[in-house]
Ligand binder design. Structure first.
Ligand SMILES: NC(=O)NC1=NC(=O)NC1=O
Length: 174
């Protein structure tokens, strides 16, 4: 997608392309649309991060709570968003053994009980073993630290989703 197109999308069209760059948080894209014109794709990405960083902790916790568990009920019931399905599949979470699934389910529940928001990690940059390892170690952290780490992972997920959108629409420009 070239810059002219990006900057001339009305907000409905902007939602079509960018509505789920942060999982189930179209409000962020709705807010960032007001920041156009963008001088680059990078500036669009920075506007998303600035919006997220400007939220109070309750708002950032809300963003984490919009994320489905990894290998959770939405994956089982096939109600994941397209983006999440692709990311979870890429990390090998659609081909877990029974014991791996049980371990992830237990750790996810313990994590949510402790923090009041789900464990979030950029699945595309990880794999099932690293995810289980990260969950085991991050559950030991305190809440403030985990909120920060979770939001950092949300930004990584957003970065890769934006790359997909821009690359998909102009694959020739490598
Ligand atoms: N709880 C999560 O970490 N969810 C996710 N990570 C991803 O990379 N995609 C998701 O949906």
């Amino acid at each position: 997608m070239d810059l002219h197109t990006l900057n001339t999308l009305n907000y409905e069209e902007f939602f079509e392309h960018f509505g789920n760059i942060v999982e189930k948080c179209p409000l962020i894209s709705g807010a960032v649309w007001s920041r156009r014109p963008f001088s680059s794709a990078l500036e669009l990405e920075s506007s998303v991060y600035e919006f997220i960083d400007s939220l109070p902790s309750s708002g950032q916790e809300g963003i984490l709570r919009c994320h489905p568990d990894l290998a959770g009920k939405e994956l089982i019931s096939r109600t994941l968003t397209q983006e999440s399905m692709k990311e979870q599949n890429q990390a090998g979470l659609t081909s877990l053994s029974q014991s791996e699934r049980e371990t992830l389910t237990l750790l996810n529940s313990q994590y949510k009980l402790k923090f009041g928001f789900p464990f979030v990690i950029c699945a595309k940059m990880s794999d099932k073993n690293k995810i289980i390892e990260a969950l085991r170690s991050r559950i030991q952290n305190d809440r403030v630290e985990e909120l920060g780490t979770g939001i950092a992972e949300v930004k990584k997920i957003c970065h890769l989703r934006l790359q997909d959108i821009f690359f998909k629409t102009c694959p020739t420009r490598l």
